[in-house]
Design a protein around this ligand. Structure first.
Ligand code: NDP
Length: 298
């Protein structure tokens, strides 16, 4: 059929990329952003700029929200739902919030939208803005399945939708868990680079090579199915990378960081996992036994 109208609220790099991709796919796109200047390129590409958030919501059945956090959504939409001149402003509307926040914040927002007659889908975008709409782009979603199914073809334009279930917190949980791996790895890359440059080695002599250590992780773990099974049952077999051996290295990284005056927060956090696993009796188990202390931390 004819491409459905879509509203995009929030025109940071991500919202702009999504708006552009939807326009290219032929959807009539309406946009709104707190700082209106960020809409300029989209307007040139054919988007309509809504004068107010209420007009933006009114323009389409489906509104995609791309903001820094969920509070920004309330800042924008609370005046809309509280406006007595527009009762039930969200009535029959679908909000798809692709902003980062906690799973609890997503659940509260779904309840808030329902209170005002709207449906709410939570999403987590798993690629950087320039990759939106391209092969390999994917987005986690959760929320009411019938609503998701109805809008799946539109959502598919920005990236492959991966629907996780009815709990609105679920997509956010998956987003956070993926970003947990991503942000920690990025900080470790910068920490490692700081370490070698503090020792006088140019970053260029180190950074390209260290990426093989990142790609070595999937090579070591495979598809993750076996590790998942071991973590599930609490078995940590293998003596090629014991907690004791890896823990000694973790200590060496802390001490080398101290020697060069580089930040020690990250390596100390890692060392603490090993110290506590060893103290708990897991020294001869595989490094995966760290899971016991990590999952128990309060
Ligand atoms: P930006 O921080 O660049 O954009 C934030 C948007 O939120 C802007 O439109 C900004 O408006 C608006 N905003 C923030 N606070 C308020 C407020 N109190 N009231 C009104 N508007 C507000 O983020 P991105 O576009 O990069 O990302 C958007 C979301 O997508 C984030 O949650 C991010 O985690 C997620 N994401 C981003 C990725 C990326 O590569 N960029 C990758 C995956 C997910 P204004 O222009 O007026 O400042």
């Amino acid at each position: 059929g004819t491409p459905a109208p879509v509203t995009v609220i929030g025109l940071g790099p991500m919202g702009r990329a999504m708006g552009t991709t939807l326009i290219q796919a032929g959807h009539p796109v309406t946009v709104w952003n707190r700082t209106p200047g960020r809409a300029d390129d989209l307007i040139s590409a054919g988007a309509a700029l809504a004068p107010t958030p209420a007009d933006a919501i009114a323009a389409s059945g489906l509104t995609i929200i791309s903001l820094t956090d969920y509070q920004a959504m309330y800042d924008i939409l609370a005046p809309v739902v509280d406006d007595e001149r527009r009762p039930a402003a969200l009535g029959g509307k679908v909000l798809v919030n692709l902003s980062s926040d906690t799973p609890d914040a997503s659940r509260r927002a779904a309840a808030w939208a329902a209170e005002h007659g709207g449906s709410f889908i939570t999403g987590g975008v798993m690629v950087p803005a320039p990759a939106i709409g391209s092969r390999g782009a994917y987005v986690f979603y959760s929320g009411p399945e019938d609503v998701f199914d109805m809008h799946e073809p539109v959502l598919r334009v920005i990236g492959e939708p991966k629907y996780l279930g009815g709990d609105p917190g679920l997509a956010q949980l998956f987003y956070q868990a993926h970003l947990d791996v991503f942000l920690t790895a990025l900080s470790s890359l910068l920490h490692a680079t700081a370490l070698v440059t503090a020792a006088g080695v140019p970053a260029a002599d180190f950074l390209p090579g260290v990426l093989t250590t990142l790609t070595g992780i999937p090579a070591m773990i495979g598809d993750g199915a076996q590790l998942a099974q071991q973590l599930e049952v609490g078995e940590y077999p293998g003596d090629l990378s014991t907690a004791l051996m890896m823990g000694a290295t973790a200590d060496h990284i802390v001490r080398t960081s101290e020697t060069f005056g580089v930040d020690v927060a990250l390596p100390k956090a890692v060392k603490s996992h090993y110290d506590r696993a060893i103290a708990a009796g897991y020294s001869t188990k595989n490094w995966t036994a760290l899971y016991e202390v990590i999952k128990a931390d309060s």
